[in-house]
Design a protein around this ligand. Structure first.
Ligand code: CAO
Length: 421
């Protein structure tokens, strides 16, 4: 914690995390725990570190944004956990910490000699939390990255347009989504440990997370047995097969919605707005777009009557939105209570002052890369302030942590000479 927090107490102060995570899913989880005050000790391979340190680099020989944006507020220790001296340090860390978080390929920790049984022997209060691609079953041994999870969890088959291939989304629902679930599992296990005195295993599988986020699509799969999905663009003219089809930009809820063009769309790829034709504001929407006659017209007056003409309705809305910028559309529709949202580019989000004010977008200074933007803690708590601190350099805290674990200078020198740290 730095001086900026003025000694404020945070929710997870005093909780020690042995962070064996890498890439995105696991690091998202431990970063959140660090923002809530946990002491997160990131264990990295000597000389190499988390592979993302070197991936997608924008500056030569500097930790990538990929790494820095996922590893704030952590300490880094280098450790070769396959060497004898490294294993001894790892054992001490297991004794010292409350939670071990890992997202290795299945079985990697067992191959290092640290099975769940062994960890319980060393520290029965240890919470052992893992991200894996799949839960128990035919795919449990597979390595998994983000898009594999999106494809196997139901997201890709339900994303995109009906006449196109399955699509992945830019949201990292498999990685960051699973990291969020794991964080919830960990704090829940910490809470249970208060009463039971015991640690436990926590597993968040990426396929499960994506399917959980696609819950409404499994809802629709079951509705299909009872007739067409009337809010889907395939209704009434297209056909439905055996599985939930891709719904383009349809809203997925009971209120029809679509993305429509705004002024400048010919040159600006993000000059669009999402408009929802919520039943409650139908009259106001008609007036706003100059179609007052639709309010009483029985062909348009009820949601049921509108559904078969929904494409025509959104074309008419679009003829109106195309004469205004997306922000003008917002300014006109918001006061009427019409749900809508501009398609905001990453550039617009990075520059948005209100997101800076809430700490959702934060500027961080880094000793080798200088200033950069990151996404701060998305969860705001009134009694646990978040301060976003830069990510650690590889092995920056090795000696400090080894001293805390009780190792003396001579032992540290010997471990270094051995290549164990
Ligand atoms: N010291 C010594 N060895 C270390 C070490 C350390 N500090 N840290 C890691 N290693 C070893 C591991 O023990 C493993 O060795 P074995 O294969 O001999 O057991 C090896 O490094 C590689 O680890 P890995 O299998 O986890 O890494 P990978 O690059 O082969 O696979 C990934 C990466 C992400 C596909 C895999 O870890 C995985 O499927 N994880 C679970 C799902 C997940 O989190 N995916 C999301 C990733 S973000 O998109």
């Amino acid at each position: 914690m730095s001086d900026a927090l003025n000694g404020a107490v945070r929710a997870l102060d005093g909780v020690r995390i042995l962070d064996f995570t890498h890439v995105q899913s696991g690091p998202t989880c431990t970063q959140l725990l660090a923002w809530f005050g946990a002491d997160v000790i990131k264990v990295e391979r000597p000389g190499v570190g988390d592979p993302t340190r070197g991936q997608l680099r924008d500056l030569p020989d500097v930790d990538s944004l990929y790494f820095t944006m996922l590893n704030h507020n952590k300490r880094s220790i280098t450790l070769n956990t396959k060497s004898e001296k490294g294993k001894a340090v790892l054992e001490r860390l297991v004794e010292h910490c409350d939670v071990l978080v890992e997202n290795f390929a299945p079985g990697a920790l067992d191959r290092m000699g640290f099975s769940w049984e062994r960890i319980q022997e060393i520290n029965p209060r240890m919470i052992y939390a893992s991200v894996k691609g799949f839960g128990p079953g035919p795919y449990e041994d597979l390595k998994v990255y983000e898009n594999v999870a999106q494809c196997t969890g139901g997201s890709a088959s339900t994303t995109g347009f009906d006449d196109g291939p399955p699509m992945v989304t830019g949201s990292q629902i498999g990685d960051t989504g699973t990291g969020l679930n794991l964080a919830l599992g960990i704090v829940t296990a910490l809470y249970q440990r208060e009463r039971s005195g015991r640690g436990q295993r926590v597993l968040a599988a990426m396929q499960d997370t994506v399917l959980n986020l696609c819950r409404v699509k499994l809802r629709d799969q079951q509705r299909l047995a009872h007739g067409p999905l009337k809010e889907y663009p395939q209704y009434p003219n297209g056909t439905f097969g055996e599985a939930v089809p891709r719904a383009g930009n349809a809203s997925g809820g009971g209120q029809p919605g679509w993305i429509v063009k705004c002024k400048g769309w010919e040159t600006d790829p993000n000059a669009y707005v999402y408009v929802i034709t919520q039943a409650a504001i139908w009259g106001k929407l008609c007036k706003a777009i100059g179609k007052d006659e639709w309010i009483e017209d029985p062909d348009f007056a009820t949601p049921e009557a509108r559904l078969p003409k929904i494409e025509h309705i959104f074309d008419t809305i679009e003829a109106w939105t195309k004469t205004r910028t997306k922000f003008d559309v917002m300014a006109a529709l918001n006061p009427l209570g019409i749900p809508c949202g501009p398609i905001l580019s990453m550039k617009e989000l990075a520059e948005e002052p209100s997101l800076r004010a809430t700490g959702t977008v934060v500027e961080v200074d880094h000793p080798t890369r200088g200033k950069y933007l990151t996404v701060g803690n998305p969860i705001k708590m009134s009694d646990s302030p978040t301060e976003v601190l830069r990510s650690p350099l590889l092995g920056e805290h090795t000696d400090e942590i080894l001293h805390e674990l009780g190792f003396g200078d001579n032992e540290i020198t010997a471990a270094r000479e051995d290549g164990a740290i």
